[in-house]
Design a protein around this ligand. Structure first.
Ligand code: ADP
Ligand code: ZN
Length: 207
């Protein structure tokens, strides 16, 4: 996995790393691992997360689904992150970036240009399987992108889709993009087991 030595030798610091993937793919685990290692390396680390998601541990920490945590400042806009940046920070980590506004791309870029290692984690596709928020742009401008997979709960293959369930049934294509929930409302599934009523009826025909 990406680390400070990823470029193999002394180099100017300041870059963007993106940890993308579906829910349950281990993004928070990986973000926490990178943050812990930076702290061991005596770097000054700041951690933020969208406060739309406050599963398990309340708003002041990032919790992975296996219960590991690090302290994080809750934010709901890129401006709030910009206002809290410590000029001495070496590493800035941001979780649940899909919920943040498009300004996160310029902010991450300018932090990286100023020598900060920026680690951004987020769900890159919404429940429809379509690009989510600013994640596609972040993945494009990042030096390093890791796309993680969960395990499809139906077939056991690598899962790349968030299956939203409403009352136990697949949510329709026209349901809202943002609906925060845990295991009761989302499942990890592969492309083939992912179901989105009103989309699946509208496939492009093969000629
Ligand atoms: P993310 O931040 O991507 O939602 P987390 O780091 O919070 O992921 O959680 C990853 C953990 O979720 C795994 O280590 C595993 O213990 C658990 N988990 C639960 N369901 C699944 C699944 N379907 N596939 C893989 N891991 C799962
Ligand atoms: Zn599957």
């Amino acid at each position: 996995m990406s680390d400070q030595s990823a470029f193999g030798g002394p180099t100017r610091t300041g870059w963007i790393e993106v940890i993308a993937g579906v829910m349950f793919s281990g993004k928070s685990e990986e973000l926490i691992r990178r943050v812990r290692r930076s702290i061991i390396a005596k770097k000054k680390v700041q951690v933020f997360k969208s406060h739309l998601d406050d599963r398990y541990q309340g708003v002041l920490s990032i919790a992975s689904h296996d219960g590991r945590t690090v302290e994080a400042a809750p934010v709901d806009s890129s401006l709030q992150i910009a206002q809290q940046i410590n000029p001495l920070a070496d590493v800035v980590a941001i979780d649940e970036a899909q919920f943040l506004d498009a300004g996160i791309v310029d902010l991450a870029t300018s932090l990286a240009n100023q020598g900060i290692r920026v680690i951004v984690a987020g769900t890159d596709t919404d429940f429809r399987g379509e690009p989510f928020g600013a994640m596609p742009q972040l993945m494009a401008v990042a030096e390093m992108v890791d796309k993680l997979h969960a395990i499809c709960v139906i077939c056991g293959g690598p899962a790349s889709r968030n299956q939203r369930l409403l009352g136990g049934k697949p949510a329709r294509y026209d349901s809202p993009t943002i609906m925060v929930g845990g295991r009761e409302s989302y499942e990890a599934r592969c492309r083939h087991c992912h179901q989105v009523p009103l989309r699946d009826e509208d496939q492009v025909p093969l000629l």
